[in-house]
Design a protein around this ligand. Sequence first.
Ligand code: ZN
Length: 261
Amino acid sequence: MRKRPPLTVSSNTEFAKLITHSSQAVIFTGAGISTESGIPDFRSPGGVWSKMKPIQFQDFIADPKIRHESWRRKFDRLDGLANALPNSGHFAVAKLVNNKKVSHVITQNVDNLHQKSGVPNNQVIELHGNATYAKCLDCGQVYELSLLEFAFRKYGEVPDCEHCDGMLKTATISFGQSMPEWEMLLAEQATIDCDLFIVIGSSLLVYPAAGFPLQAKQQGAKLVILNREPTEMDCYADLVIHDEIGSVLSKSILKSGTVCN
Ligand code: ZN
């Protein structure tokens, strides 16, 4: 793997140039952008899942006790999402979307912070779903968590779907659950269509999501990786920045002249 030079001031300038010259960029985000909002990185060593075993989708379906445990964790706010707010990184991303530099934000995060920071719903592609609401596994009806929590506290369980009696679950893609087909298609299309693919805060370890940066490169797009730690894909990138996400993004966007209308 090629060695990268240490971060210099010119990295921001180079990043800004790539943004300026792009006519359709795609941003791909992982846990790293949200750790700056205080949300724990579940997968990292020392993260929540190294202390608390994740619940497999099949076990959630098959075992009422495990289902109860899953809801208890959710309603005891163990995922750290309850009061999380977007940070300067999210707002910088939203700026790029709203100035039509970026067509889509593909995210591995389930925290809803891209939408909260002002990215329109139809431009966020959530590969792992969304943990801020629940859905019926059969008919897809959406449910507010506050209502389900009320029932859980009162009756000790979450009710079934009022429309079809299907099982309710937070709208996330759990371990053992297949990737969402529609979102995967959308993400692939956006990747094929872009001329600049920007990875932010993802270690790019989880497939199939981690395949997108390579696909973008193969289609002739430029690749930027902004992550605190080195990633497996650094050697393929046109620009690699290992630094704090929020400050780098804000500075690079300012330099690119992409300011909010
Ligand atoms: Zn239903």
